[in-house]
Ligand binder design. Structure first.
Ligand code: MN3
Length: 248
């Protein structure tokens, strides 16, 4: 489905993102600079929860409205709120990109690690989902997936295994490592590949929340069904924009 450029939700999202000092490329269109050239979008996360770029019911039936509402307004909102508390307690400048704090998270408290990761991970998660997604990657991102994993199907299998076998709560990731290669990993709790304590480090471009709060109301214990449904709502344009920014 093409996103309507004049839809209120998109306008509001972009306006709010601009207010927060973010440059987002959710549509993968890039931002024209003063000279009329296309420059790559950059991704920078602040310390405040951004508006959800679609309604709670938008991802039905794959992710149900009640789960989305509780997930966004309770779980994710709490991470953002607790992150700001931690920043205050630890004298952290909230004008800096959150990514900078995550890169040296070993120097901060467990509260900062859990809530800084929790806030970052959810902001990324909302941004790579969309109704009627799942058309699959194209262009340079597809080529890179094929180069790194052999095929798109092989990537999907590896990612699903990471998501399904993460014991307890955590995330599955597709990330760009330091050499520019695409890699699949998973992290426990609210850790992520940006953190200096991560086993596999890099820039995440796609993430899947496999905490039970992300799926239990609709799927109960059937995490594999939730993981399979995820592909139906992936915003591959958003993933491609993050890939382009990470490899620029
Ligand atoms: Mn969650």
């Amino acid at each position: 489905m093409k996103t309507n450029p004049s839809s209120p939700s998109r306008r509001t999202f972009i306006a709010n993102s601009a207010k927060a000092g973010l440059t987002v490329g959710l549509l993968g269109t890039g931002i024209s600079d003063l000279f009329g050239q296309e420059s790559l979008p950059t991704f920078s996360t602040g310390f405040t929860q951004q508006p959800l770029p679609y309604g709670y019911a938008a991802l039905e039936p794959h992710i149900d409205a009640r789960t989305m509402e509780i997930h966004y307004t309770k779980h994710a909102a709490a991470y953002a709120s607790n992150l700001r508390d931690a920043a205050k307690e630890e004298g952290v400048d909230t004008a800096q990109p959150l990514e900078q704090v995550l890169a040296s998270i070993s120097k901060y408290s467990t509260k900062m690690r859990n809530n800084g990761g929790g806030h970052y991970n959810h902001e990324l998660f909302w941004s790579i989902l969309q109704p009627m997604g799942g058309t699959g990657p194209v262009g340079p991102l597809l080529s890179a997936i094929q180069a790194s994993f052999g095929s798109y199907d092989a990537f999907v299998a590896q990612f699903e295994t990471a998501a399904k076998t993460r014991f307890g709560s955590g995330w599955a990731w597709l990330l760009v490592d330091a050499s520019g290669k695409l890699v699949v990993s998973s992290t426990p709790n609210q850790d992520n590949p940006l953190m200096d304590i991560a086993e596999v480090k890099g820039t995440p471009i796609l993430g899947l929340d496999v905490w039970e709060h992300a799926y239990y109301l609709h799927y109960q214990n059937r995490r594999p069904d939730y993981v399979a449904a995820f592909w139906k709502v992936v915003n591959w344009n958003a993933v491609a924009a993050r890939f382009a920014a990470a490899t620029a």
